[in-house]
Design a protein around this ligand. Structure first.
Ligand code: JFZ
Length: 480
């Protein structure tokens, strides 16, 4: 049993992670590109106000909430270590039995306004909500499925309440949607026969209907984040992924779509057969991040990473002691790491079945929120700075302002900053305006002082820069 899960996990990582990484390396010279009907719609970053808002938001929350929250990783007295939202699969529970959990869906502590307030206080600018995960249970009263909130004791439209509450708080809502649907008889992993093909076309029509329903019921939705699209059946129907992207963009002006939805004419995913990103942003960085030195190619496109607080639990799991749980500073490190490479970060929360959040998540959320309140200007609307990574932490940039976000303090009491050619540091300050000593130590190399009373959490130094083509410097490069 265990071995099987390991193999499944390995296979998942091989199948899901590598295509994106491999494909982008195979960029062909323009004249050798092949013609694609369902390849990238656009070359380079999307440049419009809605995309800019998506990018400027930078910090988001992911919410995984569905029937899986009820068993919380435990089935028939046995606890499963794998991701709680996959429990149906780990414990091999037949769909009809699993969907009976709907009778217990009655989150008495659920309060959309409280969720929105928590999000607001945590500093996130958007929330990605699982409208439907692999299990097939819908958080909205879909007329195309019987497995929805409407048919539970709770009855109410959870998604609708959340969209309203978040929007009222000025927070953008993104929809997570799993195409793979374990509750639907027409879902196929692979098309092996005419019969499969017919069933699967029916399934795609059902999915179109649900997506149109979501887009029209909740027109303020800003993004669709697709999942469960890695199987052969979808790769054999790349046309459909291109169609869905166009359909949603027509229904919801400005909407953004992740690369995970897409497959091209040849079943290539994320990046098409010519190596161009499909969708609006890359979404394969999950629970891991690009290397800040070796993976600078990611700064060429928009991307969003997502991460769990334990090692790999998206939905609510009763027992967080089964894997390592990241500390608040470790979570913060990953947020800053993503932004320093021009990416967004969505931190995941898995609410309890009663509609409240576990205490660890509340604490984390409040830590991030307090830090963002003081230091958010180095995150929101910031981008890759283009400066060489140093050991003390990360750089981000907003126009001519460079932020140093310090995670590691050196014994020398000096932070090294190396500027690109033609760039000098004019001034350094803390975010409260207090000035920090800058010493030029070599051409394009500076020592930046640290505050005498060092903060007990990561802190930010803001640099003002000057640019000149022929830099006036008393330091000459060595003649060799
Ligand atoms: C998927 C889901 O199976 C999981 O339950 C969760 O919702 C997560 C956000 O997405 O899992 C994946 C999907 C893609 C990768 C890894 C896990 N990937 O590309 O590495």
């Amino acid at each position: 049993m265990k071995k099987k899960h390991l193999t499944a996990t390995l296979l998942l990582s091989l199948l899901l992670v590598s295509p994106a990484i491999q494909a982008q390396k195979k960029l062909l010279p323009a004249e050798q590109e092949i013609e694609l009907k369902y390849g990238a719609d656009r070359l380079g970053k999307r440049q419009d106000a809605a995309m800019q808002k998506f990018r400027d938001n930078r910090l988001g929350a992911f919410i995984h909430w569905g029937l899986y929250a009820i068993p919380g990783g435990e089935w028939n007295g046995k606890t499963y270590q794998g991701a709680a939202e996959w429990l149906k699969s780990w414990a091999k529970v037949p769909s009809n039995e699993w969907l009976q959990l709907m009778d217990q869906w009655n989150p008495q502590k659920f309060n959309a306004k409280k969720w929105a307030q928590m999000a607001k206080e945590s500093g996130v600018k958007y929330v990605k909500i699982t409208t439907k995960h692999h299990e097939g249970f819908c958080l909205w009263p879909s007329k195309y499925s019987q497995y929805t909130v409407a048919n539970t004791p709770y009855k109410k439209d959870i998604l609708g309440e959340l969209v309203k509450a978040y929007n009222d708080a000025g927070i953008d809502v993104h929809f997570y949607f799993s195409v793979m649907d374990w509750s639907h008889p027409d879902w196929r992993y692979k098309i092996n026969s005419e019969e499969d093909s017919v069933a699967f076309q029916r399934f795609l029509t059902f999915t179109d209907n649900q997506l149109k329903e979501l887009a029209t019921r909740y027109p303020t939705v800003k993004d669709f984040w697709f999942d469960g699209t890695w199987d052969a059946s979808i790769k054999q129907n790349g046309w459909w992924t291109a169609h869905v992207e166009r359909m949603l963009k027509e229904l919801v002006p400005g909407v953004t779509i992740n690369s995970r939805l897409r497959a091209d004419d040849y079943g290539k995913r994320h990046f098409d057969s010519n190596g161009h990103l499909m969708g609006d942003y890359e979404s394969a960085y999950e629970r891991r991040l690009p290397d800040p030195v070796k993976d600078l190619h990611v700064t060429k496109w928009d991307w969003e990473a997502c991460m769990t607080i334990p090692e790999n639990q998206w939905g609510y799991h009763k027992d967080w002691s089964l894997s390592y749980v990241k500390s608040p500073v470790e979570v913060l490190d990953r947020i800053v790491h993503a932004v320093s490479l021009g990416g967004n970060m969505a931190v995941n929360f898995g609410p309890q079945p009663d509609g409240d959040f576990r205490s660890e998540e509340k604490e984390l959320s409040s830590f991030i929120g307090k830090w963002m309140k003081k230091n958010g200007e180095c995150i929101y609307a910031c981008d890759y700075a283009g400066w060489a990574k140093q050991d003390w932490g990360y750089y981000t940039r907003k126009k001519d302002e460079i932020y140093m976000i310090v995670f590691n303090l050196p014994y020398s009491g000096q932070l090294t900053a190396k500027t690109p050619k033609g760039v000098q540091i004019a001034e350094a300050t803390l975010l409260n305006g207090q000035s920090v000593k800058v010493t030029e130590v070599a051409r394009n190399e500076y020592n930046i002082g640290i505050p005498t009373q060092t903060p007990n959490e990561p802190f930010v130094i803001k640099l003002k820069i000057k640019t000149s083509d022929s830099p006036v410097s008393k330091y000459k490069e060595a003649l060799t």
